[in-house]
Design a protein around this ligand. Structure first.
Ligand code: PLP
Length: 378
């Protein structure tokens, strides 16, 4: 039989199958009946009536799409309003909204790492920061996880512009970056600090104003923060927050802004409505942290190996990729949706169940979730 140009795909598929690493899409119904500890709707806002009304009103007023790049027709007054309120809420001079948190990370890292520059990147960073490093013209040095001293050494060996990039809360284990220590070594070396606060916005800092605010870095001249609008704000999209001159630079230099259609108005409207709910109800951020701590405590009491959460993500170790997949499937069969992280998504090769706390979970739901996890444990 003649060979096809895609035969190699079948061999890769067989290898994945043998390693227990096959991924599949599972479209969910609008009402699944599952208790959801897998999504990232940390504050329980995605179906909040003000958030869905924000989306619907924006779509009716501005249309189903932004109609063009932000630099052509894709910047509406709604985008400008969202940028203004996001920057003010998080304590930065300016903000720039992009079509996803992924695009925001590519924008920030590539635009701030020109030829001859150094990017120092934590080994546990999210794939979108890693991809930003891959696309940047500067040289990337990966340093051990949460290690300001390694960052200091990397910076000391370089002359010229440099940025340090880190997640604020790492998405696999939910542990926090040592932001104060990183900021100190950055200042000493004259380097910029780029913090991906995807898991910190809405959860950390006073009233959910984010990890940079919690670390006293909001509004500083050498700190840039990226956020997603798709987790705590229950919508879709991303943003870069920082000094106005950095945002102006991104408008001129960031390819994921220039060559991408602006964020859909419905997403901007939903995010803006969610931000206003959060500003009015700051207790949501304290509640999600309390739920995460309770989940961790109950799971540990039951003998599970769970990482103490610094934000909303609770990670529970599984003995193998196959056991993790089976465990997650058994949870699902028992009415509980949990995330399942396994190689190659986890660089250390350790498979985990990944649970996400939500501000709207009740005590009974937390107890049910822990009961199901224990009952189905490998
Ligand atoms: C740490 C981190 N950064 C960036 C992103 C990307 O954000 P978005 O989904 O808005 O593209 C995610 C997850 O989605 C994330 O977990």
């Amino acid at each position: 039989m003649a060979s096809s140009p895609f035969d190699w795909i079948d061999e890769q598929a067989r290898q994945r199958e043998r390693a227990g690493l096959v991924r599949t899409l599972r479209p969910r119904p609008a009402e699944s009946g599952l208790l959801d500890l897998a999504g990232n709707d940390y504050l329980g806002l995605t179906r909040h009536p003000e958030v869905t009304a924000g989306a619907a009103d924006a779509a009716r007023r501005w249309g189903g799409g932004a109609t063009g790049s932000r630099l052509v027709t894709g910047s509406t007054e709604l985008h400008a309003e969202l940028e203004h309120e996001l920057a003010a809420f998080c304590g930065f001079e300016a903000a720039l909204v992009l079509s996803s948190g992924y695009a925001a990370n590519l924008a920030a890292v590539t635009a701030l790492a020109p030829h001859g520059s150094l990017v120092v990147s934590d080994a546990g960073n999210h794939a979108s920061l890693i991809d930003g490093c891959r696309l940047a013209r500067g040289t990337t040095q990966v340093v051990p996880h949460r290690d300001p001293d390694a960052v200091r050494k990397a910076l000391a060996a370089h002359e010229g512009p440099a940025v340090v990039v880190t997640d604020s809360v790492f998405s696999v284990d939910g542990d926090a970056a040592p932001l104060r220590g990183l900021a100190a070594v950055c200042r000493q070396a004259g380097a910029g600090l780029v913090v991906d606060d995807a898991h910190g916005l809405g959860v950390l800092g006073a009233g959910g104003r984010g990890a940079a605010r919690a670390a006293g870095l909001a509004g500083s001249a050498d700190t840039v923060v990226t956020v997603t609008l798709s987790k705590s704000l229950g919508s879709q999209g991303g943003a870069v927050l920082g000094p106005a001159r950095v945002v102006d630079h991104l408008v001129n230099a960031a390819r994921t802004l220039i060559f991408d259609t602006g964020l859909a108005p419905a997403a901007a409207g939903a995010a803006l409505a969610a931000l206003r709910v959060l500003r009015r109800e700051p207790e949501r951020s304290a509640r999600v942290r309390a739920v995460a701590s309770e989940l961790h405590e109950l799971l540990t009491d039951e003998g599970h190996s769970a990482v103490r959460p610094d934000a909303a993500v609770v990670s529970v170790r599984a003995p193998s990729p196959e056991a993790a997949v089976r465990w997650a499937a058994d949870c699902r069969a028992a009415g509980l949706a949990v995330g399942c992280f396994r190689p190659p998504s986890v660089p250390d090769g350790v498979s985990r169940l990944r649970l996400t706390a939500r501000a709207d979970l009740t005590g009974a739901q937390i107890a049910d979730a822990v009961h199901v996890i224990s009952r189905t444990a490998p």
